[in-house]
Design a protein. Structure first.
Length: 389
């Protein structure tokens, strides 16, 4: 932290967490003045029966609802328009979303258009709206992305095949409800990818030029919880591990929402073009970027190792810092996560193009270690070669 600078910490969301916390939905919707709720979700969530307790809570509170239950992955402007029409036709005034990152993005978009009119593309960028969106209550069914406590959201413009981001201080969901019972059906790979996305958020939050003791304290606790709970969550389905992971993923996003992100997310973005899942790509890149950042943030890495359970008094700071990387790699071995990029998914020949795209990402500048295009090239090359413990 640079003590000549001014930092801002923002959190716009009430967070309920724990077993059965979905029962808070009805009272919260009532508090927000809900006359009728637009319930946004996707087919997978609806078919898995995850809406039952959600609907129960609304019905107990006497709040009617109408459902948009077919939000696609990477939702487009047409889905937002369709949701908006349903909301207006049915006179809904609160949006409740149950699902992963895609339905949450659609819900935020619908809520923004409901109070501002126009089309989604009018609002690309930061604070381009006149009026705050309708209230959104987010109930995530994955533990990773953290969009339930994030102001940012991404919509796809189908006509240009272009994804664009909107954000602003009014775009946080009013309420997030983290009920581990809604994670009960999460399959292995979505749980792993979401979990490693959350771990990356927490580790990157410690390694930016915007991190402060306030963001570090949240990120370090999240790192400890994820390292403790991700393996039992995905390998045994342990519900208490899911409970911890759920909270940790939200904490990680609170931390990186303020401290921002670094090189892993910058390098990850071009890999989306080759259909690598966001959390998966982050997971692959994380150990390489940690090695790269180590020389400039040994103290932070040592704190991470202590948060992961290492004894501060047994090792030097340098030894502890290396332990943090060792522990992440050890987690990958435990859960069977790959060590390198798969050349069948993306060719090393694409590296120059990927570097060009990654260099345009603001996270390159946020990262604690300054980097050049040559550094990014080397990082991608290493990510194709693999690591050893
Ligand atoms: Fe992420």
């Amino acid at each position: 932290m640079n003590y000549d600078s001014v930092y801002t910490f923002r959190l716009g969301t009430v967070v309920h967490h724990g077993f059965g916390s979905v029962s808070k939905l009805g009272p919260e919707a009532t508090r927000l003045g809900a006359k009728k709720v637009l319930l946004v979700t996707d087919k997978g969530v609806a078919d898995a029966g995850l809406l039952d307790t959600v609907v129960d809570s609304l019905e107990t509170a006497g709040i009617p609802y109408v459902t948009l239950d077919d939000v696609e992955v990477d939702p487009g402007t047409a889905t937002v328009d369709r949701g908006l029409k349903l909301l207006k036709d049915e006179k809904c005034n609160v949006v409740v979303v149950v699902g992963g990152g895609s339905p949450v993005c659609a819900a935020k978009g619908i809520a923004l258009l409901a109070n501002n009119g126009g089309s989604m593309t009018d609002y690309e960028g930061e604070s381009k709206y006149k009026h705050p969106p309708l209230p959104v209550i987010a109930i995530p069914t994955t533990a990773g992305a953290g969009s339930e406590v994030s102001a940012a959201f991404i919509i796809t413009d189908e006509s240009r095949n272009y994804k664009f981001t909107m954000t602003g201080p009014d775009c946080y969901p009013e309420v997030a409800i983290l009920d581990p019972l809604l994670l009960r059906n999460i399959p292995f790979w979505p749980a792993v990818n979401a979990g490693l996305d959350a771990l990356t958020h927490a580790i990157e939050a410690c390694c930016t030029n915007f991190s402060t003791p306030l963001t570090d304290s949240i990120a370090l606790t999240a790192i400890g919880l994820i390292m403790e709970s991700l393996a039992p969550m995905v390998l045994t389905g342990d519900l208490e591990a899911k409970n911890k992971q759920h909270l940790a993923a939200t904490m990680a996003n609170i931390a990186c929402g303020n401290a921002r992100l670094g090189l892993v997310h910058a390098l990850c973005q071009p890999l989306a073009n080759y259909h690598l899942a966001h959390g998966y790509a982050n997971g692959i890149l994380l150990p390489y970027v940690m090695e790269y950042n180590l020389p400039v943030c040994e103290e932070k890495f040592a704190s991470m190792a202590v948060a992961m359970g290492e004894d501060r008094h047994r090792y030097t700071q340098g030894e502890l810092a290396r332990k943090a990387i060792w522990r992440v790699k050890d987690l990958y071995i435990t859960i069977g996560f790959p060590r390198k990029l798969d050349e069948k998914q993306v060719s090393p020949k694409e590296i120059p193009e990927m570097v060009k795209r990654a260099m345009t990402r603001p996270m390159v500048k946020f990262n604690i270690r300054r980097s050049s295009a040559e550094d990014l090239t080397l990082l991608y090359e290493k990510a194709f070669q693999g690591w050893e413990l």
